[in-house]
Structure formats: structure tokens, C-alpha cells
Design a binder for this molecule. Structure first.
Ligand code: NAD
Ligand code: ZN
Length: 380
């Protein structure tokens, strides 16, 4: 691998030229990593709904041409100046948010909102020099979330890269680099249900089902799955959901349906849809006096959350989280260990797999609301 160190690498990447149009596999140039950056050979990547929102650019700022992708696993090819804790050959997961280890957030036990590397959906360039590492015939292509994993090689800031167990199978653990850890952590680290609690999960995609898994591991006795797509319900039973509500089946608001099912409201709720209406329902369905709601879904840029202030006065708590409050470099390796120790199953989240040349199929599957995660294999 060292033969490519310091050189521009030419490789294939799936470029989004226009909002909502199929990605095009192009030959791109990937510049060598600069100060505090690493270049990674991506082996497996998968699609999360966040990629789809920004590619559709209906409720988000358009930025094209761009290379999407942020849920992935790979091997470090080379490192830039100043990088001491990663080396070529390391097995890594790139993460959409980072950990500089120097700012107040990184030093706080409570926060993973690093000042330098927290999620920034509107930045399409690298921090070191404000430039892109990707070009086609010298013309820059924007990065996405500091990861851009729909490319055979990508460049990331070292703070957004977690070094993991070298024995971990990347075709499985790649899904831990975003969705599964996010949902699991939203429940275990933020909602923190107690044994015997009731928990409502809004949105039964991979993120919501990982949140349900967290509720099951916490000993919740009732886990209510809420989704507009009834075909999600059967699968959700495997993730611990005990009851189901489709808001479309009721004339009254779903928060009222849930309050009636639970004697006044659930103890905890976790919203994993991206719909602001579901966010409001997730908050209003928790029990007064002690209920806690956690928002995970990525809203549209112009959304506003509206509820009556008395819902707060009645001692309900509303929280939100990125990446389930995990610090990517410090905590993600231990989530991978949960998989290695068989405490956490990831196979059941992986419902589809396609070669890189068919990456657009992964988008079609997600848009049809089928399956959970589609693994994109870079090498065949
Ligand atoms: P997904 O599309 O697989 O699942 C979303 C589910 O929500 C679907 O089953 C859909 O039918 C359902 N849904 C949509 N609107 C609904 C509504 N109003 N009421 C009930 N159900 C509704 O998506 P995913 O990949 O699991 O991601 C889920 C959300 O989490 C997305 O918004 C994504 O952007 C977000 N996300 C956030 C973070 C974070 O760190 N906060 C990380 C990853 C993903
Ligand atoms: Zn930091």
C-alpha cells in the first residue's frame, strides 16, 4: 500500500451530479491526506436515510457535484503529517461526527458535540485548507459529512475515524459506523429506560430498530413500534417490539392512542423518522411527571417544533442526540466489541447487498421503504 503514499490515487467513486438523479460511477482523483488527515480504502459502505435526504435535496441545502456516503468500513492506506494514532493497514470506521480530544466537549463526559468536528451537513471541503480532496479532471467534487464513503478511496480528518478490532468483519460492522450505534445509543445513553418501562419507538427503519434493541437490552416490558408503513411491523418483532401503531389507522392523534394503551403515556420514547410531526407526537406521548423523549431523526432545514409549553411544565423532558451520544474514537470500538462478544447482533439489520456498480439499487430499496440496511460491496 505504501507505494501510493503521497501520490494522487485514481479510483472509482459514485458521484451525485444533480439532486435526485442516479449516481454516476466516475473515475476520480483522490489527493493525498494533508495535516491530521488519513486516506482510507473503503471496502464496504451502506446507505442511511441521511444520505438520501441530502441527495434528494428537497428539504436540505443542495450542494453538487458531491460524493455521499457515511456508513462504512475500510483500511487506512496512508496518513498525513501530524497523525500519530493511525497507521497504514489499520481497520477503521469513518464517522459523520468527530472527536478532536482537545475541546471542551471532547473533555466533557456528557457531550459528543466536538467543537471542531461535530456534524456539519453544509461543509463540502476539508478543514485543513478549505479544499476538496476529490477532483475530476482537476474540477473539485464536494465531500459529504467529512466521510464521502461512496468512493474506493476517501480522505477523512483523523478525528472522524475510529480504529477497531482488526478481527472485526467489515462487511458486518460497517453498519455500526452510523445507524445502529445511533439508535442503540439513543436508548442506552440518552433515553435510559429502566427495567419494566414502556418505550415507544417512532420509525422502524434500522435506526429505530436499533433503538428498540436498546430498549429490549434495558429490560423494557412494553416496546411500542410506530410507523406509517405497516410492512415494517412483522420484522420489528425480531427487535423486541411488542405492540404496534400505524398513525394512519386512527382518527385521533397517535400520542392519544399511545396514552390510552399505557395508562397515561410511555415512560420513554425515541423518534427515528425525520418527520417533525412524529417528533411532536414522540414528545407528547410520554407520561407526565417523568417521561423522557429523545429525537434522532434529521429534520428538514425549515422545520419548527411546536407544542404547548404546559407539556414541559407537566414535567416531561425532551432531548436530542447525534450518534447516540457516543464519542466516535473513544466509544465506537467498544460497540464493535459488543458485536464481537455476541451481545449485539448486526446481521439482522443487513437485509440487502449489492456490488458498487449497482449502488443506485440501494437508493431504490430505501425509497420503496423495504429492508433495513443494504451493504454496498466496493470490490466486486
Ligand atoms: P429509514 O427510512 O430506514 O426508516 C425511517 C422509518 O420512519 C420508515 O420506516 C418510515 O416509514 C418511518 N416514518 C416516516 N415518517 C413517519 C411518521 N410521521 N410516523 C411514523 N413513522 C414514520 O431511515 P433510517 O436510516 O432508519 O434513519 C431514520 C432517521 O434517523 C432518519 O431521519 C435519519 O436521517 C436519522 N439519523 C439520525 C442520526 C443522528 O445521529 N441523529 C444518525 C443516523 C440517522
Ligand atoms: Zn472536540
Amino acid at each position: 500500500m505504501s507505494s501510493t503514499k503521497g501520490q494522487v490515487i485514481r479510483c472509482k467513486a459514485a458521484v451525485a451530479w444533480e439532486a435526485g438523479k442516479p449516481l454516476v460511477i466516475e473515475e476520480v482523483e483522490v489527493a493525498p491526506p494533508q495535516e491530521n488527515e488519513v486516506r482510507i480504502k473503503i471496502l464496504f459502505t451502506s446507505l442511511c436515510h441521511t444520505d438520501v435526504y441530502f441527495w434528494e435535496a428537497k428539504g436540505q441545502t443542495p450542494m453538487f457535484p458531491r460524493i455521499y456516503g457515511h456508513e462504512a468500513g475500510g483500511i487506512v492506506e496512508s496518513v498525513g503529517p501530524g497523525v500519530t494514532d493511525l497507521a497504514p493497514g489499520d481497520k477503521v470506521l469513518p464517522v459523520f461526527t468527530g472527536e478532536c480530544r482537545e475541546c471542551r466537549h471532547c473533555k466533557s463526559e456528557e457531550s459528543n458535540m466536538c467543537d471542531l468536528l461535530r456534524i456539519n451537513t453544509d461543509r463540502g471541503v476539508m478543514l485543513a485548507d478549505g479544499k476538496s480532496r476529490f477532483t475530476i479532471d482537476g474540477n473539485p467534487i464536494y465531500h459529504f459529512l467529512g466521510t464521502s464513503t461512496f468512493s474506493e478511496y476517501t480522505v477523512c480528518h483523523v478525528g472522524s475515524v475510529a480504529k477497531i478490532n482488526p478481527d472485526a468483519p467489515l462487511d458486518k460492522v460497517c453498519v455500526l459506523s452510523c445507524g445502529i450505534s445511533t439508535g442503540l445509543g439513543a436508548t442506552l445513553n440518552v433515553a435510559k429506560p429502566k427495567k419494566g418501562h414502556s418505550v415507544a419507538i417512532f420509525g422502524l427503519g434500522a435506526v429505530g430498530l436499533a433503538a428498540a434493541e436498546g430498549a429490549r437490552l434495558s429490560g423494557a416490558s412494553k416496546i411500542i413500534g410506530v410507523d406509517l408503513n405497516t410492512s415494517r411491523f412483522e420484522q420489528a418483532k425480531k427487535f423486541g417490539c411488542t405492540d404496534f401503531v400505524n398513525p394512519k389507522d386512527h382518527d385521533k392523534p397517535v400520542q392519544q392512542v399511545i396514552a390510552e394503551m399505557t395508562g397515561g403515556g410511555v415512560d420513554r420514547s425515541v423518534e427515528c423518522t425525520g418527520s417533525v410531526q412524529a417528533m411532536i407526537s414522540a414528545f407528547e406521548c410520554v407520561h407526565d411527571g417523568w417521561g423522557v423523549a429523545v429525537l434522532v431523526g434529521v429534520p428538514n432545514k425549515d422545520d419548527a417544533f411546536k407544542t404547548h409549553p404546559v407539556n414541559f411544565l407537566n414535567e416531561r423532558t425532551l432531548k436530542g442526540t447525534f450518534f447516540g451520544n457516543y464519542k466516535p474514537r473513544t466509544d465506537l470500538p467498544s460497540v464493535v466489541e459488543k458485536y464481537m462478544n455476541k451481545e449485539l447482533e448486526v446481521e439482522k439489520f443487513i437485509t440487502h447487498s449489492v456490488p458498487f456498480s449497482e449502488i443506485n439499487k440501494a437508493f431504490e430499496i430505501m425509497l420503496r421503504g423495504e429492508g433495513l440496511r443494504c451493504i454496498i460491496r466496493m470490490e466486486d
